[in-house]
Design a protein around this ligand. Sequence first.
Ligand code: GAL
Length: 462
Amino acid sequence: MTFPENFIWGAATSAYQIEGAHLTDGKGPSIWDAFCEIPGKVANNENGNIACDHYHLFRQDVKLMKQLGIQAYRFSISWPRIFPNGRKDSLNQAGIDFYNQLIDCLLEHDITPWVTLYHWDLPLALQFEEDGWLGKNISDLFADYAECCFEHFGDRVKHWITINEAWVISILGYGQGVFAPGRISNSEPYLAGHNILLAHGKAVKKYREKFQSNQQGQIGITNNCDWREPKTDKPEDKEAAARALDFFLSWFADPIYKGDYPESMKSRLGDRLPPIDEETRALLLGSSDFFGLNHYTTMFAADATGQDISSDVYGNGGLSEDQEVALSTDPDWSLTSMKWAVVPWGCKNLLQWISKRYDNPPIYITENGCAYDDQIEDGVVDDKERVHFFQSYLKGCHEAIASGVDLRGYFAWSLFDNFEWASGYEKRFGIIHVDFKTQVRTPKASAHFYSETIKSNSLKDI
Ligand code: GAL
């Protein structure tokens, strides 16, 4: 099973999850630094203060990537490391220096940097002063920060991702309160989501107007989506699944590819969903050079019109109730340690659905992976389940490509075991094991499997 020539094989991480050095060399605090201080918000009250200490160990980490044959590395820049108070007047040269060194080191090892500008670590000052993603100035402040990154790194960085997972920021951060900044509301997610889209649009506009033609790079957004399979063939369940995808992915992809929010959201949310006016439409339409997708799992969707589903897995925070969709899984599906079902055909179906709905855009899977309770024994981590996960999902990707989907690359989540947000260090997603006491890195069996796949640009039959 050979992948297309030039298919990009990468691995992904994010700043807060691996860097540590949370207040080192002038970095300002982020909303995640603060959120972790609230007892009970994160498993074992852990935090990203040290994490993988990648800030200090990045050179050896890049070497390890090189040994595995990783071609592209997706990492994020910490906004409060660049602007400690969130604004351009606070520029922190040490932050610029750090990312310069990381980027140079990657290029010396022939690894292509893919840079995410926002992976959830908003400068804390902007939460206080601007109400975070609810504030009317936040999109302009983000565009200032993005411009600073284009200016300093754009001579070498040719792949930019503005925002990681607008859905997670909005729903988990402003709806359910389980991620920073911990707000609980059934209207704020839609305002936050709107401002995130504006931030993306304004950053892309800056890039296109001032940098893109000189720097010859690409810029886009990465959104996440699980697949939603109709629970039965009944038309109402099919509609429920379509509605669930509207509220998950089309919420952010329709404005970019079609110029407006999906009809199902507009009609159900009324004035909780800010309208997209002509100016915003022009800003957003066509504002992504590629379709970035993070994908993890699949659930069944059934119509739940008129039912009380507030205790549903995604209940509270406006999601399931607004959609009137009940979610479930098949008891036969195997589960990762996040309790997410392993359903490779869901990945294929989602890729085909995106391709059809958005007119066959170039797609990059910017995250896909799984957590398991890995054990290190005699210096070896034999993570058979993760190997199987990657094999089966990559097979799904290959089938999607064979059916005409323009999938151009794949980034494993994650390069390292790291700080898994509200789950702390309990959930291990890495292809490289990290001993958080000693900072020793050990590539797992899945890293060797991935390395083989990259080298041969093909998947062994399973
Ligand atoms: C994504 C996120 C990553 C990582 C992963 C696994 O939503 O972008 O940071 O945590 O999920 O949960």
